[in-house]
Design a protein around this ligand. Sequence first.
Ligand code: GUN
Length: 293
Amino acid sequence: MNLLEGKKVAETIKEELKLKVDKIKNTSHRTPHLKAVLVGNNGASLTYVNNKITACKKVGIRSTLTQFESDITENSLLEEIKKINEDNDIDGYIVQLPLPKHIDEQKVINEISPQKDVDGFHPSNFGKMALGMPTFIPATPLGIIELLDRYKIDTSSKQCVVLGRSHIVGRPISILMSQKGKNSTVTVAHSKTTNLQELTKQADIIISALGIPEFIKDDMVKEGVVVIDVGITRVTDKTKLKGYSLKGDVDFEAVSKKASYITPVPGGVGPMTIVMLLYNTIRAWELNQKSNA
Ligand code: GUN
């Protein structure tokens, strides 16, 4: 078994991006600027956003956090989004999901300027991604592709089973894996899939984004499988200082014995997501330079 060490790869990419940002700082009066918008105080979201901000600092990207109370109205949030769209000093921004129940997430995403949509969630960017056109690709799927590339994992003509069809991970990674370049034959399984074990047992590559801790057991996979575990769920653990531990979708202990490659949780896909957001932010800066030229 080989570990797909996202954490290590992400550190290498951060060094590469830092060189790029250093160059930008030497030649331009403006540093790339990422804004994170956080609504409410969901613990996991706060951690993710803080990790993104810390990573920005490491590579020299400017970052700002705008927080709103969980009871902000949908209309007020949409107004705030419009202001961020018009602020030339902000190259890219993200609205951390999930949003409180009373806010329509899609409505908010639709309002984000596609040029600043470093999450790649806007329908126009998502559509371009599906068509294989240059655009912002959502950070988690992009991080998975980058991880597979850096470990030179052959995906061509392989059977790839994606678990989950979310707009953030499952749907986009299923599209990317089937496109020219990755050339996998992709099956998307979801909550209404009935023959799941049959599918996963045939898979050469499993990408799981379910959020169900240790759902994938060793009797569900074949020998030599490549496993990408996107799940990261907080599970109560009184032995831990924080009171919880992080669990992936995969029973790592058992499945790693059969896998040829597997991502750990934490330290696998998570750090790759963050670094690809930084990559997208630098691209947004480049776009912003061109549109202001
Ligand atoms: N919530 C979980 N993953 C993500 C992500 O990649 N971007 C945003 N904005 N919210 C998320």
